[in-house]
Design a protein around this ligand. Structure first.
Ligand code: EPU
Length: 293
């Protein structure tokens, strides 16, 4: 008997992932589960590890491309009250990994806590935003994280302070860990200015990038040190270039937009093409920012 049988109430097999991602592309997960609390999550991950089954945590699916074959492992989504709790204490916020990040930004501003407006317009769950140290021109989440709780790669429930997270540009050392929640330190200030800044950053972002309604995964590549992936792909003449139903955005060349008939394969082919062209023309080796499952 497989240990997965103990999770019949929360586990589905061959579960479609496309509807759970912004790209709306890709095949199913062999197993999919929404655990109800931390101990159930820990038990599930232990079962996966003991069975040699790979696992991933799915946030809002905003920075993710699932291959057409799907994911041959366990996909877990942290939703429901246990994973979405938020508690304010002065300038500190204790927040669950499953909380919607945009919601957190807005509610913290409403409470007169500022700082997160610098990350306006970045979609994701708190866990996903921290996992990839999401950010943009005006800041990154690393600046606000004081402490985190997580299930580490050995399956232990542990606390880590910011130094133990290994934040760098769009990167953390949290491979094999499941983030449960984080304590953020914000500033207490008159939020009027911060709210105006929030709207400004949001507007700037969406005048330079495809609209939120477009099927994308945000930026495809990381910026090489001191350079811009968008500029390099643009200069390679690839804006508007299409493979099947996937197109390099004419607005911002570091975005690939999926159209009605796109497959994940089309996006992957465009990624390979952009990487090749930029390498051949400039010698920059672009690194993926998007996660591919
Ligand atoms: N540019 C071009 N052609 C293009 C795209 C950009 O010439 O096709 C130029 C722009 O005109 C600008 C420069 O390149 O002068 C930089 O572009 P932008 O301001 O859009 O910033 P970026 O470096 O391309 C970064 C983040 C974005 C974030 C924006 C704004 C990365 C990989 N990207 O983009 O984050 O929204 O700054 O804060 O760090 C994401 O992480 O998914 C993402 C979209």
């Amino acid at each position: 008997m497989s240990c997965f049988e103990h999770f019949a109430e929360i586990l589905r097999t061959n579960a479609p992932l496309a509807p759970l991602t912004w790209y709306q592309l890709g095949g199913p997960a062999r197993y999919y589960a929404e655990p109800r609390d931390e101990s159930e999550l820990a038990a599930l991950l232990r079962c996966a590890r003991d069975s040699g089954v790979a696992w991933r945590i799915l946030g809002r699916g905003a920075n993710l491309l699932v291959r057409d074959e799907g994911f041959d492992g366990l996909v877990v989504r942290l939703c429901g009250p246990c994973f979405e709790e938020v508690e304010y204490d002065g300038q500190r916020v204790q927040v669950g990994a499953g909380r919607d990040f945009t919601r957190l930004v807005r509610e913290s501003l409403d409470l007169g806590l500022t700082g997160l407006e610098a990350l306006a317009g970045i979609p994701g769950t708190v866990g996903g935003i921290i996992r990839m140290n999401a950010g943009g021109r005006y800041g990154e989440i690393a600046s606000f994280v004081e402490r985190m709780s997580l299930i580490d790669a050995q399956g232990e429930l542990v606390e880590r302070d910011a130094a133990g997270i290994g934040f760098s540009y769009r990167h953390t050392c949290l491979d094999g860990c499941a983030i449960l929640g984080a304590r953020l330190l914000l500033q207490q200030a008159d939020a009027t200015h911060a709210k105006a800044r929030y709207r400004e950053i949001w507007n700037e972002k969406y005048s330079n990038q495809p609209p939120v309604s477009a099927r994308t995964c945000g930026c495809i590549f990381k910026n090489p040190p001191g350079h811009s992936a968008g500029v390099l792909i643009d200069r390679a003449g690839l804006k508007g270039h299409r493979v099947g139903g996937a197109v390099i955005s004419a607005k911002h060349a570091n975005f690939i937009v999926a159209e009605a008939d796109a497959r994940a394969r089309d996006v992957l082919d465009l990624i390979a093409l952009a990487k090749d062209r930029v390498w051949n023309q400039t010698g920059f080796e672009l690194q993926l920012e998007v996660e591919v499952w």
